[in-house]
Design a binder for this molecule. Structure first.
Ligand code: FAD
Length: 465
């Protein structure tokens, strides 16, 4: 049995773990990272990056198909497009593999030692890793748990055969003719929309009264409208019950209590993700939990001295950039810097069509905090750039305190609004007031002007509406 010692041991090389290890290495901390799979974790291998590749390919295909149908107002017509999903998936795999090597290279450059295998705690300072060449024991002064999350499986729809998770959906050999999506959250809708654009007949089954239920109805309306345009059937208030005996249909109880059968050659279950808290010896270290997640404080410290936890294993929002920010902070704390965590400005994006973006507080949340608020909403229908992109559906909305105009939250829905997330995050992080946004010269013609106009609108003097 081989043994090594280090100052910092990171378990899991997802966006949380690998960023933590790189930053620690940059600061001269003697760091080891353990990963059972490929560098980059869920996000890079079966999450953010592959899903966005597929979404991009689907968008391109749908645009060309629209032109081929002679419906494009741009005056472009082409022949009917063909899609070879195996080539699309190979292209996506190529991007993932380049980024895998990139992460491995960055770890090496930061002088981080990578151990490949599954880690299990022996005690709070010692971990055993089953590697290809035998058991490796690693002793560390500080340990970061960054074990991430996995898809939730429904007991009456176990994964296997036609029932798939997002992981399998990203690697299909052909577009399903009929796809049933169980769960109308962001992952289900992103993938459902992509497959609908690639030609699948898609039905989304959602138990709650609305899809994307964590966002307000005003914000999700353009997405719901687009789902209908794409021919996606959305069954809300409906419960998936199981697979038909022949395995060719999803059994559903509709909102009015009737039984329905939705013919499907694939059933994609996207009902959430669960933290990976089993199989690595949580019982050996007996950490305090917060529900199913590891409880952490505002420095990502767990209840046991010297053990930190970051990313999806610590709770919502389960997003890559949150995990990365936590990872960077923890590395700096281990290196002796003073840091703490402020989650005020974590943007969240649904890469649906159109895209949906939020940062900070929604109008309802801002009202709940107390005090009067001002809201400014600017529709993309009044934005020249959006018109030139056939993207008039949607808006930017700014929420601010009425007394001192401090911006509390910003939301947008529309084509390509994900790229506004940096501006929204910066405004919140810098404590911008409505006047700061209104007084910033925004380049013309851009959708970003909608941000400035929404701030102007909240101040009562929008220029273009
Ligand atoms: P993970 O990325 O889950 O990484 C954990 C790593 O730890 C894994 O590689 C695992 O193999 C390893 N591991 C676990 N236990 C052990 C052990 N005992 N020993 C060794 N290794 C271990 N987020 C966004 O911000 N934007 C998006 O657009 C987005 N899209 C998504 C799309 C899909 C389809 C999915 C599924 C997720 C998406 N997410 C997105 C969420 C994002 O992927 C996660 O929030 C992020 O990956 C969490 O990072 P993490 O470091 O906490 O864990």
């Amino acid at each position: 049995m081989k043994e090594i010692s280090c100052k910092l041991l990171v378990i899991g090389a997802g966006p949380g773990g690998y960023v933590c290890a790189i930053r620690a290495g940059q600061l001269g901390v003697d760091t080891v990272i353990v990963e059972a799979g490929k560098p980059g974790g869920t996000c890079l291998n079966v999450g953010c990056i592959p899903s966005k590749a597929l979404i991009h390919a689907a968008e391109a295909f749908e645009k060309v198909a629209h032109m081929a149908g002679g419906k494009s107002p741009l005056g472009i017509s082409v022949g009917a497009p063909k899609l070879d999903l195996t080539r699309t998936v190979a292209w996506k795999d190529g991007i993932v593999s380049r980024l895998n090597s990139g992460v491995a290279g960055l770890l090496k450059k930061a002088k981080v030692k990578t151990v490949h295998g599954w880690a299990t705690f022996r005690d709070g300072k010692t971990v055993e890793v089953e590697t290809e060449t035998g058991t490796q024991v690693i002793r560390a002064e500080a340990v970061v748990i960054a074990t991430g999350s996995a898809p939730v499986e429904l007991p009456f729809l176990p994964f296997g055969g036609p029932v798939i998770s997002s992981t399998e959906a990203l690697a299909l050999g052909e577009v399903p003719k009929k796809l049933a999506v169980v769960g109308g959250g962001y992952i289900g809708l992103e993938l459902g929309i992509a497959f609908a654009k690639m030609g699948a007949e898609v039905t989304v089954v959602e138990a709650l009264p609305r899809v994307l239920a964590q966002y307000d109805a005003e914000l999700t309306r353009p997405v719901v409208k687009r789902l209908a345009e794409l021919g996606i059937e959305v069954m809300t208030g409906a419960k998936a019950k199981g697979l038909s005996t022949k395995g060719d249909a999803l059994l559903v109880e509709t909102s009015d209590g009737k039984n329905a059968k939705i013919g499907a050659d694939k059933i994609l279950v996207t009902v959430g993700r669960k933290p990976v808290t089993e199989g690595w010896g949580l019982e050996q270290i007996d950490l305090d939990m917060s529900g199913k997640f590891i409880r952490i404080d505002d420095q990502c410290r767990s209840s046991m001295r010297g053990i930190f936890a970051i990313g999806d294993v610590t709770g919502e929002p389960m997003l890559a950039h949150r995990a990365m920010a936590q990872g960077e902070m923890v590395a700096e704390i281990v290196a002796g810097h003073k840091r703490s965590w402020d989650k005020r400005a974590i943007p969240a994006i649904c890469f649906t069509d159109p895209e949906l973006l939020t940062a900070g507080l929604s109008p309802e949340e801002a009202k709940a905090v107390g005090g009067e608020i001002k809201i400014g909403l600017f529709p993309f229908a009044a934005n020249g750039r959006a018109m030139t992109k056939l993207g008039e559906d949607g808006f930017v909305r700014v929420v601010a305190r009425a007394d001192n105009h401090l911006v509390l939250g910003i939301q947008a829905v529309g084509q390509g609004v994900s790229e506004l997330s940096a501006a929204f995050g910066l405004a919140l992080e810098m404590g911008a007031r409505l006047e700061d946004i209104a007084g910033t010269i925004h380049a013309h013609p851009t959708q970003g002007e909608g941000f400035q106009e929404a701030a102007l609108k909240a101040l009562g003097h929008a220029l273009h509406i």
